[in-house]
Design a protein around this ligand. Structure first.
Ligand code: DGY
Length: 425
């Protein structure tokens, strides 16, 4: 990309984010996702930090205003009425004054808050906003380790594919077979009104998504029961890496703010998680794998979830192996990083998380590669992302073989990522 093209992309990215701004929160895109999503919002704040830092803090504060009493931070906050999305508040029925979903999403907030703090030239004034947030984020991190790791193994499980953010990854296919579909109430999907059904999860997957929601709802969204009661309990290396990194970043920020107890608690969680992550390494594949907590077996599926751990401070030789895996995939597709290995069975270049490139994942991977000294591969991953937005606009995700824009358009987190790529400080 030339400097002129970068300038133009920067301007377009800012206008995408502003168009999706609803005052105190930002929607991912019009139509398909009309509310506030958890990890989307944290990436959004990273983008806003480049042109409106005060607004960036508000984005995360709004999300945490809806934290549950037990510490969980929901994956959707239904700020307004909009029946263009399914499943809406009445399906979740979590009994909150302002409706939320009842499951969570990858904990990017700790990383995001530390990044906002680092980017700010005026530490004293932002410390005022950072302090309450790191307290709340620590409660969320603590919740993960109690509610989603009741046996104290060091890694947390997701109990619904939507929690991973990688809804229909091939990683979940086998474990998902255990989820029944009997008794699912009749429903009409709305996502396929806004996006090409060929690029979205299937009806069979939606039936199971819904079965799990109904099951958890029948248990009163009581997080002391949901983990053990879920037939779907999977330890996702990508998800855990984000948690580990966020714990580490919150600890670092807490030290700067003199919040020793918060720092120590997060350091301990990061250390425990990082040690346990080793269990997910596959020497055979040169990447991490998911773990099915119900069967206790590793999941033989070569997805991006097994490369995302580079975002955590993993051993350098593991980061080198991950850079090697990305290089291998780069020989098969034009754009990095495909969400599933193009050489593996089931790869589907346009279907959501079964093959397409997602720029936020490129962001996490590039950041991790850089920290591990893999600068050249980090640059390639970033360049791929910028080429994609240049050729295909700010899409939700992209076909890694030809760059076709997929899913929703004018997508907030894609735009936010681009601002970080172009204006990284
Ligand atoms: C969706 O509706 O597709 C979301 O990913 C679930 O949060």
């Amino acid at each position: 990309m030339t400097p002129e093209q970068k300038k133009d992309a920067y301007k377009r990215a800012v206008s995408v984010i502003k168009a999706n701004d609803r005052g105190s929160y930002t929607i991912p895109t019009k139509g398909l996702y009309p509310f506030q999503w958890n990890w989307d919002s944290c990436f959004t704040a990273l983008g806003q930090a480049h042109f409106d830092p005060a607004r960036a803090w508000t984005e995360i504060e709004t999300l945490f205003a809806h934290q549950w009493d037990d510490g969980m931070v929901p994956h959707i906050v239904f700020h307004v009425y909009d029946d263009g999305y399914f499943p809406g508040p009445t399906v979740w029925n979590t009994g909150r004054e302002i409706a939320t979903s009842g499951i969570t999403q990858p904990p990017v907030a700790g990383y995001a808050v530390a990044r906002l703090f680092d980017l700010s030239p005026d530490k004293n004034s932002v410390a005022r906003r950072a302090r309450p947030l790191i307290d709340k984020i620590t409660r969320w991190h603590r919740w993960f380790h109690s509610a989603r790791d009741p046996a104290g193994e060091g890694l947390v499980a997701i109990i619904h594919p939507w929690e991973s953010g990688r809804d229909n990854s091939i990683d979940w296919d086998t474990a998902f077979e255990r989820v029944p579909t009997e008794g699912v109430e009749p429903y009409r999907r709305r996502d396929t009104d806004h996006a090409d059904p060929e690029q979205r999860p299937t009806k069979a997957q939606y039936d199971r998504y819904l079965w799990l929601v109904q099951h958890f709802r029948a248990l009163g969204w009581d997080n002391s029961r949901l983990h053990d009661a879920s037939p779907f309990r999977v330890v996702d290396p990508g998800f855990n890496a984000i948690l580990i990194r966020s714990c580490g970043e919150v600890a670092r920020l807490a030290r700067q703010l003199g919040e020793t107890a918060i720092a120590e608690e997060n350091e301990a969680l990061a250390e425990k998680g990082l040690a346990a992550l080793e269990r997910l390494w596959s020497a055979e594949h040169g990447q991490y794998l998911g773990l099915d907590r119900v069967t206790g077996k590793l999941i033989d599926s070569l997805s991006i979830g097994g490369l995302m751990p580079v975002f955590a401070p993993i051993p350098l030789h593991r980061a080198a192996a991950i850079a090697g895996r990305i290089a291998e995939m780069g020989e098969k597709v034009r754009y990095l990083v495909p969400s599933h290995d193009p050489a593996a069975a089931g790869f589907d270049a346009r279907r959501y998380w079964r093959g397409p490139v997602w720029l936020v994942v490129n962001y996490l991977i590039a950041d991790g590669l850089r920290r591990a000294g893999r600068e050249a591969m980090a640059e390639k991953v970033i360049e791929s992302g910028l080429e994609l937005i240049f050729s295909s606009g700010f899409a939700e995700y992209y076909d890694p073989t030809d760059g076709t824009a997929c899913g929703g358009g004018q997508f907030t987190w894609t735009a936010a990522t681009v601002l970080e790529f172009i204006d990284s400080k």
